[in-house]
Ligand binder design. Structure first.
Ligand SMILES: [Zn+2]
Length: 98
């Protein structure tokens, strides 16, 4: 697998266990349609973090991202800044650093 590819994990357990840079897992939406998009920092440091996303919309309030709803070729807007590690875009299933 080439660097930068966002690899889907089917379960949160897989996500936690596999420790693959750029891998991700999306939790089920809550009643407002907001979802947690867990990702592993693409830089390879092993850090993980959740982003608040909406499928086709940007949730209101707090830092949040508009997700294109794709698990195959996910895109997020705006850019993702893993502070001190990595800053870039997730576009069509690839992490592209700024
Ligand atoms: Zn990192």
């Amino acid at each position: 697998m080439k660097p930068g590819v966002a690899a889907l994990c089917m379960t949160k357990e897989d996500f936690r266990a596999q420790n693959v840079p750029g891998s991700f897992f999306v939790c089920d939406p809550d009643s407002d349609g907001e979802q947690s998009f867990w990702y592993r920092c693409p830089c390879g440091c092993g850090h993980q973090g959740p982003l608040t996303v909406g499928d086709g919309f940007k949730p209101r309030g707090g830092p949040s991202w508009k997700w294109n709803g794709s698990l195959d070729k996910p895109s997020l807007e705006p850019s993702v800044n893993h502070v001190g590690h990595w800053h870039g875009w997730l576009r069509n299933g690839e992490w592209i650093s700024c």
